[in-house]
Design a protein around this ligand. Structure first.
Ligand SMILES: Nc1nc2c(ncn2[C@@H]2O[C@H](COP(=O)(O)OP(=O)(O)O)[C@@H](O)[C@H]2O)c(=O)[nH]1
Ligand SMILES: [Mg+2]
Length: 498
């Protein structure tokens, strides 16, 4: 190649570089004017956050069936694609892997224990004539997935160590079957409160306290109110002193603890937890949200009984309080924007027959209304609905001895059982899921008041595998089926895509 030729080529290269740089600049300049919505997705562990986000993004990117999302239903959705998220210090939501697990392996994604984020950019055609003249619409949707446990920590900002201890011990004593080990450990160390601090004792207390909290979360108990939230969802704080404390039995003595004693250091660690864990979360993440969906696994709480429901109701009250904190509170002083739409969604509605979706929605509505009343909440628009982010069942009718019984058809997860039948994870089965009462008070009725007949109809909960994706006649694979995911999207985003 002649020197001249190569020079020429270099010049051209330089030109393309310049062009790209210019394009990038133009892109980012345009980008600044693109509206952004920060959507918080929360709920307690296993409420369905990961599945919800994966399904929402998948349906938008892959052109899923979303008739109730107006922009999609009226054919104005041009395309949606992932882009680098704005916050470089927050883990990225592992969308690709979760969708692969759901669609290819037909398994539920692994559970996550901390905050993560994902940016989806949506291009759409505006429905209004004027906006259309201004060119196509574009919206950045920043989705922030964070544990509901962290939200419940807001309670702690109002409590000093003494109050925290009192509340926590009151709850523990009310659940003796779950807390026995922790309470006996506490009693064993009671005479050491004013002795020199020992890390062994602190760890012993923290470990047994954590075990007690995690037993509260087991499916058969399904309790919700378990602060401090990081004990179950430590993220990268695991093993730090700020997470190695426990509530103590302080009686009514008001003496100030001597420096270096067990009591003094436990108190200091509790303060560290509030300062280094709770406050930064609210300030750096929570305060920046515009919209919020709270996922509620009401079915598991219903199955676990009145204690679990009561606890859920209290947790919802706390959550409501976080969304509209009192004017003089610390939280309201740092809120940079106001969340103006909040959706409470009962997840996993695909475990119920269609007739029961409405009942589930009504039950959640009653729980949320209680929370609104108790938290004296007002201001944002709040809605409730029952959904399944991923629908793993189909409605069916089973004919047997001339009787038609409505049922659900799906593939139970391997090792799931009903009575003495154990499923292998491959075979489809028809399940009769039982009925859901329409009124909350029926669920709160004391266990002994229930008749045997009512116990017979009690909800049967079988976990199903994610569905096999159907193919169209043209051989295209359809995206993940859902129940009312589009209605949730319309409430959360509809006005931004108008
Ligand atoms: N059938 C069904 N199960 C779901 C759905 N969403 C979540 N699940 C189940 O709930 C579990 C927890 O969901 P996940 O999204 O990981 O909860 P997270 O801890 O809140 O992120 C999953 O492993 C599934 O078994 C749904 O839409 N339908
Ligand atoms: Mg998750």
């Amino acid at each position: 190649m002649s020197p001249l030729n190569s020079l020429f080529k270099n010049a051209r290269l330089a030109l393309t570089d310049a062009q790209t740089a210019l394009d990038n600049f133009a892109e980012s300049a345009v980008d600044l004017t693109v509206p952004t919505v920060r959507l918080g997705v929360t709920g307690l562990a296993r409420s369905g956050k990961t599945v919800f986000i994966s399904a929402l993004v998948h349906n938008l990117i892959a052109g899923g069936r979303l008739p109730l999302l107006d922009a999609a239903g009226t054919g104005r959705l041009a395309r949606a694609y992932l882009q680098p998220q704005p916050d470089d210090d927050v883990p990225r939501f592992n969308y690709e892997q979760h969708v692969e697990t759901l669609t290819k392996e037909r398994l539920w994604p692994d559970s996550t224990h901390q905050i993560s984020q994902l940016r989806l950019t949506i291009e759409y055609e505006s429905a209004t004539f004027l906006s259309r003249q201004l060119g196509g619409g574009k919206l950045h949707l920043d989705i922030v997935d964070y544990p509901g446990e962290w939200l419940l920590d807001l309670v702690l900002l109002r409590q000093d160590f003494r109050q925290f201890s009192k509340e926590a011990l009151k709850r523990a004593k009310a659940r003796p079957d779950l807390s026995a080990e922790f309470l006996s450990t506490l009693a064993r160390h009671q005479d050491k409160l004013h002795e020199e601090f020992s890390e062994d004792v602190a760890r012993d207390l923290a470990n047994t306290f954590t075990t007690y909290l995690s037993r509260c979360r087991d499916d058969e108990n399904a309790l919700s109110m378990l602060p401090p939230g990081r004990f179950l969802m430590p993220g990268d704080m695991k093993g730090t002193p700020a997470l190695t404390f426990a509530p103590l039995d302080l009686g009514s003595t008001q003496v100030k603890p001597k420096a270096g004693t067990l009591l003094a250091i436990m108190e200091r660690r509790y303060e560290a937890y509030r300062k280094h864990v709770v406050r930064p979360f609210f300030k750096n993440h929570f305060a920046k949200l515009d919209r919020q969906i709270v996922l509620v696994d009401a079915l598991t709480a219903i199955n676990a009984g009145p204690a679990a429901l009561d606890d859920l109701s209290q947790a919802l009250t706390e959550i409501m309080g976080a969304f509209r904190p009192g004017k003089s509170s610390w939280l309201s002083s740092i809120l940079s924007r106001k969340i103006n739409r909040i959706l409470f969604a009962a997840t996993k509605a695909d475990h119920l027959r269609r007739e029961d979706h409405e009942h589930l929605e009504k039950l959640l509505q009653q729980l949320v209304q209680q929370a609104i009343n108790r938290a004296e909440f007002s201001g944002a628009s709040v809605e409730t609905l029952a959904l399944a982010s991923v629908r793993s069942t189909r409605q069916a009718t089973v004919h047997h001895d001339g009787v038609e019984t409505p049922a659900l058809l799906g593939t139970p997860m391997p090792a799931e059982t009903i009575g003495d039948i154990q499923f292998d994870g491959e075979e489809e089965a028809a399940i009769f899921p039982g009925d859901l009462p329409e009124d909350l008070s029926d669920l709160f009725a004391e266990e002994q008041d229930r008749t045997e007949a009512e116990d017979q109809t009690a909800l049967k909960y079988v976990r199903f595998r994610p569905p096999k994706l159907e193919r169209t006649a043209e051989g295209l694979t359809l995206s993940l089926p859902h129940i009312r995911l589009d209605r949730a999207m319309e409430f959360l985003l509809g006005d931004k895509l108008a």
